[in-house]
Design a protein around this ligand. Structure first.
Ligand code: ZN
Length: 445
């Protein structure tokens, strides 16, 4: 087993198939506290006392396990008469506990109750949230219960740590050059800046980090995006008047001296055109749900319906891939040989690189030492973003106007030395933040 369960309760009531692998040190584990449904619906335990008796502790144990393993997602799937949890840590899935189907059904029902959903309703997707606290840290759990074939349900719990968020450029590992680029781009009341990527690729996180990278002492940022409970520090929330379109609303914000406006994802020509019509006088930042920067350029040009306008107002497109950060407690330094450096494109004078630490083996017994406490033996702890950034130049603007495709524009931007995933990834390797193996994994995926 790659991943230990860590500490556990001595009177463990849940059924775990891989019990044998665990060390029962008899240490008590503090279980999570559920602090109410996000939708505000009261959770009536008294009326559901049988369910609570059967499922509250196992539910708490499942969530506690996930939080202790730093999971961003916990999934419970029923297959036949058995059920299996999967936890996702830094984007990697790990098999969790196994249990009988009946227990999984009870846990799913319990979670629905806790999230202010209808515990008895089945066969229909339900989504909600639960506020949770564990060891003094607040979490918000997003709940999704989706029907599966043969009457089964899949429970997905997404975890958001309310304290530790990858919100600043530093948290996300932006390079010094990139931080300066963001400052420059957002400092002259001009242009569309789009952050693109497929769902789950970290687009929102990068967009927030980018907004946090604006020089807040000098410039004021407005937002017309519904950010839910996720707070955007130093960003003024702007209410759109009923009947006002985006263009009118942007003009009102400009009269209030806005410098940068964070707008909803650019998904259609109608709203994109409205933002473009003001982008010669204000900086517009938005997400775009497309796969990469070339597609974002193609899409923006198409939405604009006017290549001259697109050439004038598109300022930059960004995209990100998240890579795991090497665990600082167990990473291993090594001296790379010159061939390796040449092959991957790192400077020949690079003295030290790092890789994932391997567990030490006791020479006498041949047993492996216990896994690193910090990362639980995964070798990684947390993630940062590697970025691709195409910032428009005179040459690339000319290309847009002349009818070039996103790929052609990207090729020229590359020849001009724009930031590529490859370049930014190697920087993270050279800084010892991640490993070559991890880069390879991410590029393959
Ligand atoms: Zn470690």
């Amino acid at each position: 087993m790659v991943f230990g369960f860590g500490k556990k309760k001595d009177n463990n009531t849940s059924n775990r198939a891989d019990k044998d692998d665990e060390i029962d040190d008899g240490e008590d584990v503090e279980l999570v506290n559920f602090q109410g449904a996000v939708n505000g619906k009261p959770v009536d335990m008294a009326a559901n006392s049988r369910l609570a008796q059967a499922a509250l502790v196992p539910t708490k144990e499942m969530i506690t396990d996930g939080l202790e393993r730093r999971a961003e997602m916990i999934r419970l799937d029923v297959k036949g008469e058995r059920a299996q949890t999967t936890v996702s840590v830094d984007g990697m899935p790990y098999a969790g506990s196994k249990m009988p189907k009946q227990q999984a059904l009870a846990i799913t029902q319990m979670v629905k109750l806790l999230a202010g959903l209808d515990p008895k309703l089945r066969g229909k997707q339900q989504v909600g949230g639960v506020r949770t606290e564990h060891l003094g840290i607040k979490y918000e759990l997003s709940i999704d219960v989706t029907p599966q074939p043969e009457g089964a349900e899949r429970l997905t719990v997404r975890v958001r740590n309310m304290k530790h968020q990858l919100d600043t450029p530093a948290d996300l590992g932006f390079s010094t050059v990139l931080k300066q680029t963001v400052r420059d781009l957002t400092s002259h009341r001009h242009g569309i800046i789009a952050v693109c990527g497929p769902p789950g690729s970290g687009t929102t996180t990068t967009t927030y980090a980018l907004l946090r990278g604006v020089d807040m002492y000098m410039f004021s940022i407005y937002s017309i995006v519904d950010t839910g409970t996720r707070e955007l520090v130093n960003v003024k929330k702007f209410e759109i008047n009923e009947g006002d379109d985006y263009e009118t609303s942007c003009m009102r914000m400009m009269r209030e001296e806005a410098d940068v406006i964070f707008v909803p994802p650019l998904k259609d020509a109608e709203s994109t055109k409205q933002f473009m019509s003001v982008a010669d006088r204000i900086c517009i930042v938005a997400e775009m749900p497309v796969k990469d920067t070339a597609s974002a350029l193609d899409q923006l040009i198409e939405f604009s319906g006017d290549r001259q306008k697109a050439a004038e107002v598109i300022d930059a497109v960004f995209s990100q891939k998240l890579v795991r950060v090497l665990c600082s407690s167990c990473r291993e330094a090594f001296r790379p040989n010159p061939k390796l450096l040449e092959k991957v494109g790192l400077p020949a004078e690079t003295k030290t690189l790092y890789r994932k630490g391997e567990p030490m083996v006791d020479e006498k017994t041949g047993d492996e030492d216990p896994p690193c406490e910090k990362c639980d033996g995964t070798g990684y702890f947390g993630r940062v973003a590697m970025l691709e950034a195409i910032v428009m130049s005179d040459a690339t603007r000319k290309l847009i106007a002349e009818g070039a495709s996103g790929d052609q524009i990207k090729a020229i931007a590359r020849s001009e030395g724009c930031l590529t995933f490859h370049k930014d990834g190697l920087r993270l390797v050279a800084e010892g933040k991640t490993s070559l193996e991890e880069l390879q994994r991410v590029f393959k995926g």
